[in-house]
Ligand binder design. Sequence first.
Ligand SMILES: NC(=O)c1ccc[n+]([C@@H]2O[C@H](COP(=O)([O-])OP(=O)(O)OC[C@H]3O[C@@H](n4cnc5c(N)ncnc54)[C@H](OP(=O)(O)O)[C@@H]3O)[C@@H](O)[C@H]2O)c1
Length: 258
Amino acid sequence: MSKTALITGASKGIGKELAFLFAEKGHNLVLVARSAETLKKIKMELEETCSVSVHTLVVDLCDAVAAQAVFDEVKKKGVDIDYLVNNAGFGDYGAFADTGWECYERMIALNVTTLTHLTHLFVSDWRGRKAGRILNISSTAAFQPGPMMAVYFATKSFVLHLSEGLGEELKKEHITVTTLCPGPTSTNFGEVSKMKASQLVKNVQIADAKEVAELGYRAMMRGKAVVIHGAMNKLAPFGIRFLPRKWVTRLSAKIMQQ
Ligand SMILES: NC(=O)c1ccc[n+]([C@@H]2O[C@H](COP(=O)([O-])OP(=O)(O)OC[C@H]3O[C@@H](n4cnc5c(N)ncnc54)[C@H](OP(=O)(O)O)[C@@H]3O)[C@@H](O)[C@H]2O)c1
């Protein structure tokens, strides 16, 4: 029997690649993002080429009521969600005090609050069902502080810790929680986050979004707890365990400078 995945941020980048992957495997979809026209085109393409059913929800997930609205709409449509993919997120490169509060407020709302709220709504709904898989998109930013993107790094750290904690807690419910940690990846993220200016993006190989999505998809289906994309990206979280925290932060500051 085909299952249904709800993917946030499915109009572009990693989320769009994930939507194609789920559809190619025969899963129905609920795709959430703000770009109505893009979602409509993706829905038409997937329904035609993969013979799956696709619902689209045009929602600004920074809104305080967004998660509840998405959940209510899914219920209204009579759709049962088997896979929850919390992918939508954004960052912003720049000095903390030079960045307007509204940007951080929206970032925390999207990357942290809505992700947690959606997870809470679906996990509560799945209680007793003994099934359900969650894929949360964090980042290699989760493993250390990030001067010049301190709020974004902190939000991704939250996602990693939340997911690991819940993954363990929900084992008895047979609900799996997987965290995907991509490094710099070729999507719209670089443009939105203005990260192109940093040494980090100038000096590393930029990953392909489809490859990153495939890694996340496979890990979720296997119920893996954490998956990091790229051999070099895997080294850093391991290496920094042996360094004093203030060295790690200074090193991160060097990598994040322009
Ligand atoms: N690309 C990277 O280098 C990289 C590295 C590590 C982690 N990540 C993480 O990967 C995830 C996906 O990012 P990406 O690289 O694929 O970026 P992207 O190409 O910019 O895509 C972001 C997606 O999120 C949606 N979105 C953004 N704000 C939204 C809002 N307020 N409400 C609803 N949807 C919203 C966008 O759709 P609309 O604009 O249509 O709303 C889009 O579909 C993010 O969580 C990001 O932090 C990315």
